[in-house]
Design a protein. Structure first.
Length: 371
């Protein structure tokens, strides 16, 4: 570390530094960047519970870096520039908008308590919440009216934060699922750059997200510290291991997508109409009350051969052009909730391909991920 650094702010989990000479690269870049150092200190319940989690700073720095990098590649603007070591990253300096945006897929923590929901109950729709970042007030839950009254953000900024938060949920939910992590909920902070752009800032780590193992629902996040569940360091290290392995897969896939993009035949580029059929079911690990009711009813009617029933959705789409990638995106973004549902789809051309084009295989775009 450079001794000439100036400490700008020390929070509960991180320190924000102004970079010393030469630390942040050329002058213009240095002027617009800060260094964030991640600490092992841990707090919970508005600072009432305090402790240390060995290795946490390193895990949170590296996990945040990998997830910011993924988001950037997917077109989400973030403050991440590059890592500077195990515990530090260079970030774009922003004025933090004093609002925490929380995205929830499954009931847990304060939401479960507030609404009387059982922890682990899947939410039929993604829930988005705002909290006012104010230590004195204990970060209260607020709505859009409060946001406007307190003049915390302009309406277009609120819209932007919300749409980015939902997009981030889609991207991270799918990517983490591949690492064996269920994204239960998470907290985001956004900031304004010098030019007024709203970008994602702060961190994305086991301190700010709830991650449960996809198979066992074991908690792999700060709840282990909050609730004295033990093996806290191990859980943090496990998240880093899984996200690091996942990042390797995400990079390979992107390289593959780029490499094959230019050579795809006309029919694969989807230049004629298509039908898509999408099948959505609850994941086998998720309770399906409707399925259970149908199962009971069938048994009551004497259909003893029925072993189990899962009820799902069947959606048909008429498309102007054939694009399995777009249908996959529609599934992830709207048609299915990848955290609690599996989906599968087929895309087939609606009409014969134009003369001279290679015939599409039928079905053309089977796919979908068993997420
Ligand atoms: N790119 C950035 N530019 C400026 N500030 C940032 C940036 N990214 C994060 N921050 C701010 O840096 C601080 C990081 O410290 P830390 O997370 O430890 O704070 P904290 O104890 O949670 O307190 P609080 O977030 O309530 O200020 C936070 O205030 C966060 O909002
Ligand atoms: Mg913080």
């Amino acid at each position: 570390m450079d001794d000439s650094r100036r400490k700008l702010y020390e929070g509960k989990a991180k320190i924000v530094w102004e970079a010393g000479p030469g630390e942040a690269g050329p002058g213009a870049e240095a002027a617009r960047t800060y260094i964030v150092e991640y600490k092992d200190d841990a707090t919970a319940f508005d600072g009432k519970k305090r402790g240390r989690i060995g290795g946490k700073g390193r895990v949170n720095n590296l996990v945040s870096a990998l997830l910011f990098d993924l988001l950037e590649r997917e077109g989400v603007p973030t403050h991440f520039v590059r890592t500077l070591g195990d515990r530090e990253m260079l970030v774009r300096r922003v004025k933090i908008i004093p609002v925490e945006v929380v995205v929830r897929n499954v009931a847990a923590g304060s939401l479960a308590k507030r609404l009387g929901l059982e922890e682990g109950a899947p939410l039929a729709r993604t829930v988005l919440e705002h909290y006012y970042k104010s230590d004195e007030l204990g970060d209260p839950l607020i709505n859009r009216y409060h946001l406007r009254t307190l003049d915390l953000a302009a309406d277009p900024e609120i819209d932007r934060m919300e749409s980015l938060a939902l997009r981030i949920n889609d991207i991270l939910g799918g990517a983490l699922e591949e690492c064996g992590l269920r994204l239960i909920d998470f907290k985001l902070e956004f900031g304004r750059t010098d030019t007024g752009e709203v970008i994602l800032a702060d961190e994305i780590s086991p301190d700010t997200c709830r991650f449960w193992d996809t198979e066992t629902n074991e908690k792999l996040d700060k709840d282990r510290f909050r609730r004295d569940l033990g093996d806290v360091e191990e859980a943090y290290e496990e998240v880093l291991r899984r996200v690091t392995a996942g990042a390797e897969k995400w990079r390979v896939r992107r390289r593959g997508a780029r490499a094959s993009g230019g050579e795809r035949p006309a029919h694969a580029r989807g230049e004629w109409p298509a039908h898509a059929r999408v099948f959505v079911t609850l994941k086998s690990t998720v309770l399906d009350p409707q399925g259970a009711a149908v199962e009971n009813a069938l048994r009551t009617l004497g259909y003893d051969e029925v072993k189990s029933v899962r009820v799902g959705k069947f959606i048909t789409l008429e498309l102007t052009h054939l694009s399995p990638e777009r249908v996959d995106e529609m599934c992830r973004r709207l048609l299915a909730n990848p955290v609690i549902e599996d989906y599968r789809f087929e895309v087939v051309p609606a009409t014969a391909p134009p003369a001279g084009s290679p015939p599409p295989g039928a079905p053309t775009g089977t796919g979908g991920k068993g997420q």
